[in-house]
Design a protein around this ligand. Structure first.
Ligand code: PEP
Ligand code: MG
Length: 585
């Protein structure tokens, strides 16, 4: 058994599928004599394919972003075309009968030793490039469908160091029932993806890839944050029972999809969905959400081989709006940076503090053409829908100046569209409240905002100075810490007094214990992973706004996070005892 951080509730059993073993330990290392020829051919064709992909990427980035950003892909091609590289790998395959993955693993190992001696930052970055190239090559070799044809039993539990959006795409429509990662925390991609699919997940399980291999039967307990393997038949049977209970209970709750979201005293609240794709928009509908409170557009960029142009974005936003409940969608502009990087936007340099660095709106401002194309695509996509249903949201706003700049960019884009005779709609413009400085200046910032959305995932990490993806500091990165509660209460009060609509779209909105406190603060709009909507709708029925305000008042007298957590666990137990299985410990 291994313990990690619970990031998406529930229990499931399945077959482990380990991703990117090349960085850890390839499962199969040795080839039979007669398989050598085929392995060499596979290597050549994977290499050619990767070079072709990189060439296309380079051309597109050159045209749409710039020469400097494109250069990195030319360099990656040259690593792949390098004679010495090919000679080494094919030498090991032919001479020592190694699998490609094993040869790549050895290659990385050799280079790591070599580069670890280099103090020079430039050389360190070159090693990062080599890792990128090897991982691209290795990804083009792994084919989960083939593994299933060869006998790998689904449903799968994906085990990875970190789960990248591109890897999720590679999984396609294979049934995945759980996710385990070595890195990450409650707000990492793996966690967000798991929650959006409503499957259990545990993060921060260091070294798990050394203990589990593809094909092993494993259990993910996303409530306690536990991963189990080598189970005896009795334990397996017990977990299967729990698994069934969890999925049945969720299905049963989802039957409330057509009911309105009301508190016990009959007040209407909005339960909205956080989505990354059209499929998520459909599940928002299926789960009974009344709209989409956050569309994270970066997933379009992260899963796209290069920069999507204005037309591609327009098409994507249109399909998202069409698929969303009530055609109501808040589209967030690009939030790249931090842990989500794309090399074609100039992310080929390591930053020492990426979350505090060049990310989000800061990066968009420096790619004005790209930013403009996104703003135009959103304005155009909103045409023809009821006014105010499509909204534009800007991430990581820190200062009043930034909001003014955003407004002037939107005005400019509208002027362009008018002069080009292209149909578009005027949309409400909002900011994400994620930076403590903006929380302090909330009243002033409201001058430039039609609405506000609290990004508590980031707000909490910045307020507590505790990286949201670092398991070592996860005890500090807690949305229910007294400091966070004070800031949230104040921000919600300022917005309500000013009649500025406010939503919270961080992960805490879908946690029963946090929901009760937010309701007590006077929040009415909650945006969460679609899978949590039915739970929160049921919970809302059981509590009046006055009772929530009373619980908040009691909680705010407490001095430590653990006291708040304990108190709230007691309250949830009292209000809705069955719900504990749907929360993370
Ligand atoms: C947040 O920070 O709370 C948020 C919703 O944005 P993201 O998780 O995409 O950073
Ligand atoms: Mg954020």
């Amino acid at each position: 058994m291994r313990k990690g951080i619970p990031v998406s509730p529930g229990i499931s059993i399945g077959t482990a599928y380990c991703i990117n073993e090349v960085f850890v330990r390839p499962e199969q290392t040795h080839l039979e004599e007669d398989a050598v020829g085929e392995e060499l051919a596979r290597f050549e064709s994977a290499k050619d394919q990767s070079i072709r992909d990189l060439k296309a990427l380079e051309a597109k980035v050159y045209a749409q972003v710039g020469k400097n950003e494109a250069a990195i892909f030319a360099m990656h091609q040259s690593i792949l075309s390098d004679h010495a590289f090919t000679k080494k790998i094919t030498g090991w395959i032919a001479g020592e009968k190694m699998t490609i993955q094993a040869a790549l693993h050895r290659f990385l190992g050799e280079y790591e030793v070599l580069f670890s001696k280099a103090k020079d930052e430039y050389l360190q970055e070159r090693f990062a490039d080599i890792r990128d190239v090897v991982s691209r090559l290795s990804a083009s070799l792994t084919d989960v469908k083939k593994e299933i044809d060869r006998g790998l039993k689904s449903p799968l539990i994906v085990v990875a160091d970190e789960l990248l959006p591109s890897q999720v795409v590679l999984l396609g429509d294979v049934e995945v029932k759980g996710i385990v990662t070595q890195a990450g925390g409650p707000t990492s991609h793996a966690a967000i993806i798991a929650r959006s699919k409503g499957i259990p997940a545990v993060s921060g399980v260091r070294g798990i890839l050394r203990q589990i291999k593809t094909g092993d039967e494993i259990v993910v307990d996303g409530r306690e944050g536990i991963v189990r393997y080598n189970l005896d038949p009795e334990a397996t049977a017990a977990y299967r029972k729990l698994e069934r209970e969890f999925f049945d209970f969720k299905d049963q709750l989802a039957e409330n999809r057509d009911e309105p979201a009301l508190t016990a005293d009959g007040r209407q609240i909005a339960l909205l969905a956080n989505i990354n794709s059209v499929a998520d928009a459909q599940s928002a509908k299926a789960m009974g959400g009344s709209g989409v409170g956050l569309y994270r557009t970066e997933y379009l960029y992260l899963t796209h081989p290069s920069v999507p142009d204005e037309e591609e974005q327009y098409e994507n936003y249109r399909s998202i709006i069409e698929a969303s409940p009530n055609n109501s969608v808040t589209i967030r502009t690009l939030d790249i940076g931090g842990d989500k990087t794309v090399p074609y936007l100039g992310h080929n340099h390591q930053e020492s503090n990426p979350f505090m660095g060049w990310r989000s709106i800061r990066l968009s401002f420096e790619h004005p053409e790209l930013f403009n194309s996104q703003i135009r695509a959103i304005l155009r996509a909103a045409a023809g829908f009821e006014v105010g249903k499509v909204r534009m949201l800007f991430p990581m706003v820190t200062t009043v100046d930034e909001m003014r700049r955003v407004r002037s960019m939107v005005r400019r884009a509208m002027k362009q569209l008018v002069s080009q005779g292209k149909p578009f709609a005027n949309v409400p413009i909002g900011m994400m409240l994620e930076v403590p400085a903006a929380a302090v200046m909330m009243d002033t910032l409201l001058e430039g905002c039609d609405f506000v959305s609290i990004g508590s995932n980031d707000l909490v990490q910045y307020l507590m100075a505790a990286d949201r993806d670092n398991p070592k500091v996860s005890h500090l990165c807690q949305p229910l810490s007294p400091a966070v509660l004070r800031v949230l209460k104040n921000v919600i009060r300022v917005c309500n007094q000013n009649n500025t609509p406010i939503t919270l779209c961080g992960e805490m909105a879908g946690q029963p214990r946090a929901f009760v406190l937010l309701l007590g603060m006077g929040l009415k709009n909650f945006s969460m992973s679609p899978a949590f909507i039915p739970t929160i709708k049921e919970l809302a029925k059981k509590i009046s706004t006055a009772e929530a305000a009373q619980i908040l008042q009691n909680a705010m007298k407490l001095k430590t996070t653990s006291q708040v957590l304990r108190y709230m666990a007691g309250q949830i137990q009292r209000l809705a005892p069955k719900f504990t299985i749907l929360d993370t410990a």
